[in-house]
Ligand binder design. Structure first.
Ligand code: EPU
Length: 433
């Protein structure tokens, strides 16, 4: 198995380009099931989650062709309705096949994905929404079975205990675009990835109003057609790179970003007195050298446009190395703190109380052997490793490969000393760990 070996303490310098958004590409791939015509999707990140979704679509009967490193052509001529456990358990986002299968075939059978390291991930709102749209829904033998002969538009309220649901909103939109009548979704997720999915569906001929808001109106159409679409830039990858620049006190330019999608992060950088410039026209954010020490911050994760849960762990790494008291509260996934015990191994001082963490920032972190547990926790450990003194070894980086394309190469281009190494090859160096 591969691990990352990082020699910390180098300030990052230079320029790096962000790829397409994983969390937009996944539902867009699923949406290709809504037509038998060919869809061409560009700016797709080359990630294990994407390759997995491609395999899933092929399993359902679609022709999936990777035209080049970042372009796919998908043609879902004849498809069937069952996504088995062996596939779904490998990627929880498979649940976003539910909406398009119901829309296209009026029938879906999808395995429930099971446990997740970042906490319980229920899909009750998806099921409630499908019932409102006239479907019969049952959970049997670990599968969600949907009979959608009665699918038709209706009014849906999609708010839950933690706010709106991103994939639940994607599912309802994808079921509604081919449902007779009008669907109104209130408390819809307004994440940029949902907006991008709506742009894709509109190119296919769907009638959707209210893009980017919490209120969507969808008028069902009889059929959709193929189209050509380029996936929007990944705001979470952009944020991670920006924070990598910030934690090392370097100067980096992150290109192909949409600053308007990252207001909460940029606001937090301002509060932390981390100097930066952003230019929406040129689609860049530049992190500037820090001539004074950073300030601690208070972060509360919320649905968009609030501070994204997917950047909480990375921001915490930066605050662990920022003298003073910082406070973090997780409102989306109250248990999403797997990075904390690993950051402690690197010398961080963090205490937990329910869904909150108090970070007593210091001016030093130290390299250590640590374990990646989920995608964003892994990114947090990379950031801490870049700034820590000495060598950090991060095991199980397959988590990182789910959401960051060749992260080590892009960091190397910015001057970081990081390499991907086969664990067996450095067994002696690792010692007993
Ligand atoms: N929720 C419910 N019931 C539901 C659905 C969700 O209670 O039926 C709760 C969840 O338990 C959670 C909250 O609502 O507390 C938000 O969940 P949501 O459905 O919005 O999350 P998701 O769609 O499963 C997507 C991203 C996640 C990201 C979250 C929040 C994809 C493929 N995944 O998940 O991304 O953290 O939205 O923004 O889009 C990641 O990329 O690392 C990642 C985990």
């Amino acid at each position: 198995m591969d691990l990352f070996r990082i020699e910390g303490g180098r300030q990052l310098r230079g320029s790096v380009q962000v790829g397409g958004a994983k969390n937009a590409a996944l539902p867009i791939f699923a949406a290709t099931l809504l037509t038998g015509e060919t869809c061409r999707i560009r700016n797709v990140p080359d990630l294990s989650d994407i390759r997995f979704m491609a395999r899933m679509l092929a399993h359902l009967g679609a022709r999936v062709e990777k035209v080049d490193a970042h372009t796919y052509e998908i043609e879902a001529g004849e498809v069937h309705h069952r996504a088995p456990y062996e596939l779904v358990r490998q990627m929880r986002a498979s649940v976003c096949l539910l909406g398009p299968l119901v829309g296209r075939l009026r029938k879906a059978e999808i395995s429930l994905p099971g446990g997740c390291v970042i906490g319980p991930r229920p899909i009750d709102l998806h099921l409630k929404g499908l019932r409102r749209l006239g479907c019969e829904v049952a959970v049997r033998n670990g599968y969600v079975e949907v009979e959608g002969a009665g699918l038709r538009g209706d009014y849906l309220y999609l708010g839950g205990r933690h706010g709106s649901t991103v994939t639940g909103t994607a599912n309802m939109i994808m079921a509604a675009v081919l449902a007779p009548g009008t669907t109104r979704i209130e408390s819809a997720a307004c994440e940029p990835e949902i907006e991008d999915l709506c742009h894709f569906l509109r190119k296919m001929g769907a009638r959707i109003e209210g893009l980017g808001s919490h209120y969507l109106k969808i008028t069902g159409v009889d059929r959709l057609r193929g189209c050509d679409h380029s996936v929007l830039p990944d705001r979470i990858e952009a944020g991670t790179l920006i924070l990598a620049g910030a934690i090392t006190g370097g100067e980096i330019t992150v290109r192909e970003v949409i600053p308007g999608h990252m207001r909460a992060l940029l606001d937090a950088l301002e509060s932390a007195e981390i100097p930066f410039e952003s230019d929406p026209e040129q689609r860049l954010v530049r992190v500037l050298p820090q001539d004074k020490s950073r300030r601690p911050v208070e972060i509360i994760t919320l649905p968009h446009p609030g501070f994204p849960t997917d950047l909480q762990a990375q921001m915490m790494a930066v605050m662990a190395l920022t003298p003073g008291l910082s406070f973090f509260t997780e409102r989306i996934y109250p248990n999403r703190f797997m990075h904390v015990p690993e950051l402690l191994r690197m010398g961080a001082d963090i205490s937990m109380e329910g869904p909150s963490a108090v970070v007593r920032g210091s001016d030093r972190l130290f390299g250590a052997p640590v374990m990646a547990s989920d995608l964003r926790a892994s990114a947090s450990l990379v950031l801490a490793g870049l700034a820590g003194e000495g060598t950090t070894y991060i095991r199980r980086i397959y988590h990182l490969d789910r959401g960051y394309e060749q992260l080590e190469i892009r960091l190397q281009q910015l001057g970081a000393v990081v390499e991907r190494v086969d664990e067996e090859a450095i067994r002696d160096e690792l010692g007993e760990w």
